[in-house]
Design a binder for this molecule. Structure first.
Ligand code: GLN
Length: 478
């Protein structure tokens, strides 16, 4: 029976309740999302594939709900970024080289959510191998922003952000190496979390920069972000960098409310849209009104973070991409000999941005340049981390805008990689330092008659997502 479910105002928290009370079933809820996808995906291109077995999974969830055996996420529909492995399904990372590659095992996050009987709706579009900030680097077409289809949805997890924003999923998973969850969340007006490095297992997510990557949730509210984060976090024997939940108990500076630090010097660049700055100041005023102390802080080395990221990340990319050799996975192009096979396959399978980064990374790692670039960037990374550690001795949260501006036009930055890289100015620090960071919608700016979302970024101490959720929920309740 078709049902009118108010998807726009639905949250995980509300859906849990409605499923339990029998207001609708998971099959009805899943069908409602499938209908939205059928209606909107042609235009938005958020999904690369909708799974044919979603309704079957929903029916199974309904049985558990009826039998009183449901967990908190049973029957909740989820979209999955195309670089996270779901056993038996294609995982292409939006690359031609993996166009027909079927995953042979489940990522740990998928095993966890599968055990919860979440409903997997499909896999979402992204920049190839997560390299980019607009989803324009996908081999399978750009994802458009549901708020204005002439603009990008952000990236690299643009498909996941747009899926939630177009009511094509209640929540989604993305990956964040330098901002790929937070920036598209900000562009699409949803909540995005980059967890603490090691909080969520990376087993089964295709590695981009192994010291930077984290999987995290896209949701409509901070409460939902917390629900999904708690379901995917935890130690994993398959990922030795995972950390236990018990290891961290923050010593709070603020007695009642967390103290918020603002790196004022970092907000003075002329690349930042005045509308973004105004929305940012307004959100600080909201938090101040709720009893938060707001302090200026200084992070002396933060201006180097983008440069450090764009040395270290390609270095890690160049070695992680070496596994795509035409033998182990996906595409194979036959060349004159073994070495030629390798060149031909990679030349045909990788897009321009991936090739650019492999070249850059190989360069900074080559003998003679290793000390000048890679080692130096590593040393500066340690200095930046130290700056943050010092700042967190006097504040509990650091606030910045998530991005310098609202979503840009499709094609606007494709010819200029550096302009695209500048998009990541506020987000890469959380990956370099390992700290958690949350992007929350903080108003809109109107351009060409369209209301475009803006994002507020709250970063916290290593392991302290809890304080971010607390402040985020407070802010949303304005
Ligand atoms: N935009 C950044 C980049 O291009 C971030 C990518 C990511 O987080 N995966 O590297």
């Amino acid at each position: 029976m078709p049902m009118n479910i108010d998807l726009k105002n639905l949250t995980i928290a509300k859906a849990q309740d409605a499923l339990k009370k029998g207001e609708f079933t998971s099959v009805q809820l899943t069908q409602a999302y499938l209908d939205q996808i059928a209606l909107k995906n042609k235009d938005i291109n958020a999904y690369l594939e909708v799974y044919g077995d979603a309704l079957k999974a929903a029916a199974h969830a309904d049985e558990l709900i009826k039998a009183g055996q449901a967990g908190p996420l049973t029957g909740i529909p989820l979209a999955i970024k195309d670089n996270i492995l779901v056993k038996g399904k294609i995982a292409s990372a939006s690359s031609k080289i993996l166009e027909n590659y079927h995953a042979t095992y489940n990522a740990t996050v998928i095993s966890k959510l599968g055990r919860e009987r979440m409903v997997f709706l499909g896999r979402t579009n992204m920049d190839e191998f997560a390299m980019g900030g607009s989803t324009e680097n996908s081999a399978f077409g750009v994802t458009k922003n549901p708020h204005d289809t002439s603009r990008v949805a952000g990236g690299s997890s643009g498909g996941s952000a747009a899926a939630v924003a177009m009511d094509g999923a209640l929540c989604a998973l993305g990956s964040d190496t330098g901002g790929s969850i937070r920036q598209p969340a900000s562009f699409c007006g949803v909540v995005g979390l980059k967890p603490t490095y090691g909080a969520v297992s990376r087993y089964g997510v295709m590695a981009m920069g192994s010291s930077l990557d984290q999987i995290g949730p896209f949701t409509k509210t901070v409460e939902d972000s917390e629900i999904l984060f708690n379901a995917i976090r935890g130690v994993d024997v398959h990922d030795s960098t995972t950390i236990t939940e018990e290891t961290y108990s923050p010593a709070r500076i603020g007695a009642k409310k967390p103290v918020i630090g603002v790196p004022r010097d970092f907000l003075k660049g002329d690349g930042i849209d005045p509308a973004m700055l105004a929305a940012f100041e307004k959100s600080l005023a909201v938090l101040k009104g709720k009893g938060y102390e707001i302090k200026d802080i200084s992070l002396p080395n933060i201006s180097y973070s983008l440069m450090v990221y764009y040395v270290l990340m390609p270095a890690e990319v160049s070695s992680n991409m070496a596994r795509f050799d035409g033998v182990k996975y996906g595409l194979y192009v036959d060349g004159a000999d073994g070495i030629a096979d390798y060149f031909e396959t990679r030349g045909a399978g990788f897009g321009r941005e991936v090739i650019r980064r492999v070249l850059l990374g190989t360069y900074v790692l080559s003998s003679g340049y290793y000390d000048a670039y890679y080692n130096r960037a590593n040393a500066v990374r340690a200095m930046i981390t130290e700056d943050f550690n010092k700042a967190f001795q006097s504040v509990d949260i650091i606030a910045t805008p998530t991005t310098p501006s609202a979503a840009f036009k499709i094609g606007e930055k494709t010819a200029d990689p550096v302009a695209m890289y500048l998009e990541d100015i506020f987000t890469v620090t959380a990956n370099l330092t390992g700290m958690p960071a949350l992007s929350i919608p903080c108003g809109t700016t109107t351009i060409d008659g369209k209301e475009l979302p803006l994002g507020l970024q709250l970063s916290g101490r290593h392991g302290d997502e809890k304080t971010l959720f607390e402040a985020g929920k407070d802010y949303e309740g304005q």
